[in-house]
Design a protein around this ligand. Structure first.
Ligand SMILES: [Zn+2]
Ligand SMILES: [Zn+2]
Length: 355
């Protein structure tokens, strides 16, 4: 598995500087050059070892601060050969972008990077997931990009049409896009080597997730004994000599309770190379019951359902805004070891206690 974020920089620091751990939770101290001169002199007089250890502590802090800032600022996560961009903060915005597939899962507040994606897959109609849709369609028009294709659960298609119509009327603008109602179990061809299928999720309003499959062509069994020339002949005669093989690449759940793990029809989502799912709540301050009542997943339930997760990588999203980067990393590190090895939390947009 190729992942770039599995190892928390803080873990590394704890390994290298275990004796500095308490400072990780304390406010950032001033750097040596920020301390008054008298302070340096006093310390130098106390003995060179005290002075050196203070410098070493300050350097350690500066390094932790730099890594924390990097974490807050970084754009994109590399997982299994795909770059995944975007942001997801529970109740505020969720838009996950996969430039290689030219697609975005949900549109959130329409981040700039989403505008260049041709396909948007909407999981449900909560504003933190669909709010930016009119801006997305309008901005593509403004940039003369081709009209996008937006996929929605069938039950909200009419409302979305009306919503865009109201914007057309109010703004007296042309808003050009293809709206596709795609139901669970249906398949839509995005490219000749890529298809998408919705799957069932459980939220407080109608919702669905999406799996993107790559298509490989495999020679039919009855032709495997033939040589190249014979195969070429059959091809010229118009025989269908290959079978399409679908492999699930990426699954995105959007908001859901953990019940989605138990639906046997969701097997492909749970064996896709990458699963992008939610863990809105991360600690004891919010109960599993509360998470369920609000249509969300508690990270404790991900631990309970670990045995169903056969994905190579799992990107956790949609954390409540009450958490900061350190809370999220700490919660992810408490998962079972077979999960922590493949789980990456998406922390873009979250504050660090060091920032
Ligand atoms: Zn949400
Ligand atoms: Zn929601």
């Amino acid at each position: 598995m190729q992942i770039s974020l599995t190892n928390s920089p803080f873990k590394t620091h704890h390994q290298i500087f275990p004796f500095h751990q308490p400072f990780f939770f304390s406010p950032k101290p001033p750097l040596p050059h920020q301390l008054p001169l008298q302070h340096h002199v006093n310390n130098a007089l106390k003995g060179s070892s005290g002075y050196l250890s203070e410098i070493s502590r300050a350097i350690d802090h500066e390094e932790q601060y730099r890594l924390a800032r990097q974490q807050v600022k970084r754009k994109g996560v590399d997982l299994e050969g795909l770059t995944i961009e975007g942001a997801s903060i529970g109740g505020q915005e969720t838009c996950i972008i996969i430039p290689e597939f030219k697609c975005a899962f949900d549109i959130g507040r329409c981040p700039t990077r989403a505008i260049h994606q041709n396909f948007v897959f909407i999981t449900h109609a909560h504003l933190d997931h669909i709010g930016g849709l009119p801006m997305y369609v309008a901005t593509r028009g403004l940039y003369n990009l081709k009209p996008p294709t937006v996929f929605v659960p069938p039950c909200i298609k009419e409302d979305v049409e009306q919503l865009i119509d109201i914007h057309r009327k109010m703004g007296q603008v042309e808003l050009d896009f293809d709206l596709v109602a795609l139901d669970v179990g249906e398949t839509y061809e995005l490219r000749n080597d890529l298809v998408v299928r919705p799957f069932r999720t459980q939220h407080v309003i109608p919702s669905q997730g999406y799996v993107i499959y790559s298509i490989r062509k495999k020679l039919k069994k009855q032709y495997t004994h033939l040589n190249g020339k014979q195969i070429e002949k059959l091809k010229k005669k118009g025989f269908e000599i290959t079978d399409p093989i679908l492999s699930p690449e990426v699954a995105f759940t959007g908001d859901t309770t953990s019940d989605f793990y138990l639906d046997p029809l969701n097997a492909d989502a749970l064996r896709a190379k990458i699963l992008i799912t939610e863990a809105t709540f991360l600690d004891d301050s919010i109960s599993v019951d509360h998470a369920r009542q609000h249509g969300h997943t508690h990270i404790f339930e991900i631990m309970e359902n670990a045995k169903w997760i056969r994905n190579k990588a799992v990107l956790l999203t949609h954390f409540s805004s009450r958490y900061n980067v350190e809370d999220i990393r700490q919660a992810a590190s408490k998962l079972q070891s077979r999960l922590t090895a493949k789980v990456v939390p998406l922390t873009e947009g979250f504050k660090s206690s060091y920032s």
